[in-house]
Design a protein around this ligand. Structure first.
Ligand code: M6R
Length: 609
């Protein structure tokens, strides 16, 4: 949560900081602030609301001309959404300010100690404790004070600090929350995410946990919190500007929905050897033996990633015949889970920064599991914690509502399932057949996307309904959960997803005249059973919108609306069935006038428990 950008160099800092902050707004957007050092004096602007409001505030205040500064966009954890709680947070002695992403767990004890030492707090945040602690320990060397302060802190942080007494210095540090240093020509841009750096430089390094970097215009020095020097790994950033810009689309979510054919091609590229009927996954090949002999797979994730994991579970059991379970990472990490020999734990995450998923993976690793990841963001915290893994390669996902990462996660898990299946029991011919189907998926998604105007019309017919059901069976039970989550998070319509058979055990009582019920009713093993469930809803007055297989004319007689998807083998059907559901959620949110890419109360990655 929260986005940080800091700049030191020879150019005017304000436009660079604000441009970067806008690119990071998906990380949190309830308040924002910026501080600059101008002629050795701090100048600070903060506001409740979006970065555009901060921009206005800075215009009103005027005078933000300088070449060293930092800024922040917030997703509130400690303390309400107020200007006083917005970052940066200033100390009360030395003229220093801090921006922070993460949570300081021992902040209450530190606050008591610092209050006893005479510090006066003005906010309810944990971040202010860091600025006061650095201030308390400051003896003329900002880098040393930051190191000393961080030795006292428990929790997660990415911080940037500047101080009036050292007008040529920016100090940044990380533990648990991401932070990168971009290296330009005589200038440095620090940010939570490469998106804020890429328009200025492609050279960057990611801080490791407990790294502290002191940056001046002449260069930088990296150490740990005990002042032991560290050599950073400078690499070339792998994203380009086009990937993080709207490119003519009104919203990132719509862009990312339409990017799915391309994203899927990238995810599968070089990984399918159809001629030999095998999957090539360089990332996990070192562990091929362990995967072949695995006795159990535990897939752990949160939110949309968990829905993808649930689909992965069906495939791993159905095709690779390996006992598999899925777990909310937030539950798994505290459940004292039993990890037997031969257990493989797979963390599924777009951002690679979800706090619960990271903790669950660490827990499983400590208990002896082989720890794999199915992650999108290269070099993210979870990716770095795994023994091996499969990257999604779907490109940056900016919209808070996950779309292309979901189909990428399902695809990557399916490839992993086939990789295991082929080694355990599947014939080369059967695998080649599945891979041919895989290869055809992007073109089939394109066909579904051509129907977007029809999905829009159908959605708008039901736009005044406040309660929706999403129902599916087998591989498409998790797709139903995902459809409901998408609708909830961006259109604020109450929606429940469930296995279609579960309806009779209670939720059927909810159905009244005109209630929309979305059924995933593609041709498959349970088609007839889904049709019976449709009849049950219809006979109670519900309005059924069916996602059905192209050519199924029969279904039209039993439902109000049909959204067709091309025919596909059942294990791959969620990748197609979810597309109309993503579009429905999008069009519902737009029709209701919501900010699709920045839904209320949400942020893109949940880096706190
Ligand atoms: O970055 P992750 O995939 O680990 O994120 C997990 C969830 O927070 C995420 O999928 C969330 O549910 C999305 N907002 C759903 O659209």
């Amino acid at each position: 949560m929260c986005g940080i950008v800091a700049y030191i160099g020879h150019r005017q800092a304000k436009p660079i900081l604000l441009e970067g902050l806008k690119r990071l707004e998906y990380r949190g957007y309830d308040s924002a602030g910026l501080a600059m050092l101008i002629d050795g004096k701090l100048k600070i602007g903060r506001t409740v609301g979006r970065v555009s409001m901060l921009e206005e505030r800075l215009e009103q205040l005027g005078g933000f001309d300088g070449t060293l500064g930092l800024c922040h966009t917030r997703w509130a954890t400690h303390g309400g959404v107020t200007e006083l709680n917005a970052h940066p947070h200033r100390d009360d002695r030395h003229g220093l300010v801090v921006v922070h992403n993460g949570i300081i767990e021992n902040y209450a004890a530190l606050k008591t100690y610092l209050t006893e030492r005479g510090h006066t707090f003005t906010s309810d945040t944990d971040t202010e404790v860091i600025s006061m602690l650095i201030s308390e320990l400051y003896e003329g060397d900002l880098e040393k004070a930051v190191q000393a302060a961080l030795r006292e802190v428990t929790g997660a942080y990415a911080i940037a600090v500047i101080c009036e007494k050292e007008p040529d210095t920016l100090v940044v540090a990380r533990k648990g929350s991401p932070l990168l240093v971009g290296i330009g020509n005589g200038e440095y841009i620090v940010a939570s995410d490469a998106a804020a750096i890429i328009s200025h430089t492609g050279q960057a390094f990611m801080l490791d946990d407990y790294n502290v970097v002191k940056i001046t215009r002449a260069g930088f020095r990296t150490s740990d919190i005990h002042n032991t020097p560290v050599t950073p790994k400078v690499t070339q950033l792998e994203i380009d500007l086009e990937q993080i810009e709207l490119g003519g689309y009104p919203h990132f979510m719509l862009k990312e929905i339409f990017e799915q054919p391309k994203a899927l091609r990238a995810c599968c590229s070089g990984r399918m050897d159809i001629r030999d009927g095998r999957v090539v996954l360089g990332g996990v090949s070192t562990y091929a033996k362990e995967l072949t002999r695995a006795r159990r797979v535990i897939l752990t994730a949160q939110g949309t990633a968990l829905h993808a994991a649930m689909i992965g579970r069906y495939l791993l059991e159905d095709v690779a015949k390996v006992p598999t379970q899925t777990e909310y990472a937030s539950e798994f990490r505290y459940r004292n889970p039993v990890i037997e020999e031969g257990t493989v734990v797979i963390a599924v995450s777009q951002s690679g920064e979800t706090a619960d998923t990271l903790a669950a993976l660490k827990e499983a690793k400590e208990r002896g599991a082989l720890a794999l990841g199915v992650i999108n963001v290269v070099g993210s915290s979870i990716a770095r914690e795994t023994d091996a893994g499969v990257y999604l390669r779907v490109g940056p996902e900016i919209g808070v509502a996950s779309t292309k990462a979901f189909t990428g996660q399902v695809a990557a898990l399916s490839l992993l399932g086939l990789f295991m299946a082929r080694r355990r029991l599947m014939s080369a011919d059967a695998c080649a057949e599945m891979l041919r189907e895989f290869e055809a998926l992007p073109a089939k998604i394109e066909r579904i996307l051509e129907q977007a105007p029809h999905v829009k019309r159908v959605t708008e017919r039901y736009i005044d309904r406040e309660n929706w059901l999403f129902l599916g069976r087998g591989y498409n039970y998790p797709t139903a959960l995902e459809g409901a989550l998408k609708l909830k998070e961006i259109s604020y319509i109450h929606a429940e997803g469930m296995p279609a058979a579960e309806m009779k055990h209670g939720p059927i009582a909810l159905i009244n005249e005109g209630m929309p019920a979305v059924f995933i009713a593609n041709k498959g093993r349970q088609y007839e059973k889904v049709m019976s469930n449709i009849a049950e809803v219809r006979s109670r007055g519900g309005h059924v919108i069916a996602v059905a297989t192209e050519g199924d004319e029969h279904i039209k007689k039993y439902v109000q609306d049909v959204l067709y998807i091309p025919d596909v083998p059942e294990p791959l059907s969620p990748i197609l069935a979810v597309i109309p559901l993503q579009l429905m959620a999008y069009y519902a949110a737009v029709a209701r006038g919501h900010d699709v890419d920045k839904p209320r109360n949400l942020a893109k990655s949940v880096t706190v428990e």
